[in-house]
Design a protein around this ligand. Sequence first.
Ligand SMILES: Cc1ncc(COP(=O)(O)OP(=O)(O)O)c(N)n1
Ligand SMILES: Cc1nc(C(=O)O)sc1CCOP(=O)(O)O
Ligand SMILES: [Mg+2]
Length: 211
Amino acid sequence: MKEVFPYKLYLVISEEGCAGRDFLQVAEQAILGGVDIVQLREKKASNSKFREIAFRLQEVLVKTDTPLIINDNLEVAQHVGAYGIHVGNNDVTPSQIRAVWKDCKSIGYSIEYLAQMKSKEVAASDCLAVSPVFKTPTKIDTITEWGLEGVSQIRRETNKPLIAIGNMNSDNVFEVVKAGADCIAVVSAICAAKDPAMAAFTLRNQIEKAL
Ligand SMILES: Cc1ncc(COP(=O)(O)OP(=O)(O)O)c(N)n1
Ligand SMILES: Cc1nc(C(=O)O)sc1CCOP(=O)(O)O
Ligand SMILES: [Mg+2]
């Protein structure tokens, strides 16, 4: 049987986050290096701009059959025919998404409190983000810094695929996977790297070593 979420290295990208470099080239290079799923996270774009950027990214991703996840925006996700969507506690809920987007292949949901684990929203999700594993300047409106013990604690509560996010880098991904993560999601470790392909390759190697 095909695994629902076989992905190991998850790039979260925005046009602005690539600091002047062409974000499509960054995505392309990252995939060459070992990224196998990409999320477009455009927090400030209008719907029409978000759609336009998503279509451009989708054109790059289809060449390698790499799934596109849209952050937050259900309208954009459906419009571009994305693989799935990622949402948190202040967004449209996984159960609302499930009710209206019948062929959505992946709903990701951020876990910020342990109490969420018993919720119907976790039940409606396909994969869960440990949000964040470590504090990060890339996203400062976070609540719990889970740490390695938090990853293991959430692991014990679910068999759903766990995505670790927040300050993930080549020095810590090995132990984060050992603690129970199935997939590592990054922004800076790839988007701010001089060589995104090499950065992805190094991260992927560490992940594979830990599995
Ligand atoms: C893979 C992944 N994990 C967590 C998040 C954070 O989602 P959320 O809590 O909704 O915060 P914003 O990204 O919307 O600011 C994510 N986007 N991706
Ligand atoms: C998009 C996002 N979500 C987070 C969460 O904790 O839910 S942390 C984050 C940004 C991760 O960036 P970096 O890899 O640069 O630390
Ligand atoms: Mg969100």
